[in-house]
Design a protein around this ligand. Structure first.
Ligand code: PAY
Ligand code: ZN
Length: 340
């Protein structure tokens, strides 16, 4: 029996616990939450999104938040659970959360790669990929963050099924990726931001990762003054030719979010386009969502910078989640103010 009160957010929770938690949270918060099964994993587990926000007769703009694309990044699902808990506990008392959930919905997928997550609990703590099998290879799984249809398998991904960054047989070959992509396509007119949570490295990334090219202007921003994108704003990647107004906006928002995060415990984050800030990697979910038209698309790489890496101690769950909440709320506030 899982009751929302007794659930331990300061521990890593197995999929069985998370699944029971999803049901009990939905049952306890009927006016603020609905759930929807968006697909099944390769091994047949249900992928459930938690749609949180004040009920409304009209469709509200939404933010999509997913965690646990990579199985071994346990702090990531812990954050999605923390986010949902905080949202339920602070709606009605925290002005920003109340306003956010009154005006928008947040659609949370607490564990994207459930089969992989289960495998890290039962067999191999360092597993990253899905658990799909295919004929012709004895190696299992593909990297879900190389399997989206964004420059698929062109850089920073492997076509070797045994590699940890295997891009899959084709874009969206992984049923989990297909389920999320289908859901976002279906709700594209309402989804205004896509946030995806990984670990580790303490980075806040935005498009692109599949190319060194700058993110292109969106149509409404074409004609924005070139001067807004001066190289001095981009000391971390001066070898890229400016200008780009939208890039400047993304950088400014990421820096604001990183500053909010740092204000709590001094945790340092670096922000920038994925390709230059971490490494080129095609097939990522953030680039895919961005090219589809979701203007605000960010990848979080949570704590730490490598001391514990994927094995972040449970004692760091609370501070990591608390500081990350500040960054997510900072981005959400901006999106809410700049609906398009
Ligand atoms: O947008 O460039 C991007 C994605 C970067 C992540 C990826 O490889 O998918 C970065 C890694 C991750 O979170 O999976 C970082 C970790 C430390 C890793 O496994 O290398
Ligand atoms: Zn990852």
């Amino acid at each position: 029996e899982i009751s929302p009160r007794s659930y331990n957010y300061m521990k890593y929770n197995s999929w069985d616990k998370v699944e029971a938690w999803i049901s009990s949270m939905a049952a306890s918060n009927p006016s603020l939450m609905t759930t929807e099964v968006i697909g099944q994993t390769f091994e047949g587990r249900s992928m459930t999104v938690m749609k949180i926000g004040k009920q409304s007769s009209s469709t509200k703009p939404a933010i999509f938040l997913d965690c646990g694309i990579h199985a071994r990044e346990w702090i990531s699902p812990a954050f999605c659970q923390w986010f949902v808990k905080e949202a339920m506990e602070t709606y009605g008392s925290d002005a920003q959360m109340t306003s956010l959930l009154d005006q928008m919905d947040v659609i949370v997928l607490p564990v994207f790669n459930i089969d992989g997550y289960v495998y890290t609990w039962t067999n191999n703590r360092m597993w990253r990929k899905t658990r799909s099998r295919r004929s012709g290879s004895s190696c299992i799984g593909a990297d879900p963050n190389r399997n989206f249809d964004a420059g698929w398998c062109t850089t920073g991904a492997s076509s070797n099924p045994c590699s940890d960054t295997y891009c899959g047989a084709k874009a969206e070959s992984e049923v989990e990726v297909k389920a999320v992509a289908d859901y976002i396509r279906k709700h594209l007119s309402t989804i205004k931001a896509y946030l995806t949570v990984h670990s580790y490295s303490q980075l806040l990334l935005f498009p692109y990762s599949y190319t060194y090219q700058l993110a292109e202007h969106h149509s409404e921003l074409v004609g924005a003054p070139a001067a807004r994108c001066s190289p001095s704003h981009f000391h971390t990647f001066t070898h890229i030719t400016p200008p780009c107004y939208l890039l400047w906006q993304h950088q400014a928002l990421a820096e604001g979010a990183s500053k909010a995060l740092r204000s709590l415990y001094g945790t340092q984050y670096t922000s920038g386009p994925g390709a230059v800030t971490i490494y080129p990697a095609a097939g990522g979910s953030d680039d895919w969502a961005y090219d589809l038209g979701v203007k605000y698309s960010y990848t979080f790489e949570l704590r730490d910078t490598g001391r514990y890496g994927f094995l972040l101690p449970e004692s760091q769950i609370k501070p990591t989640c608390e500081e990350t909440m500040l960054a997510v709320k900072y981005i959400a506030a901006h999106v809410q103010k700049n609906l398009y």
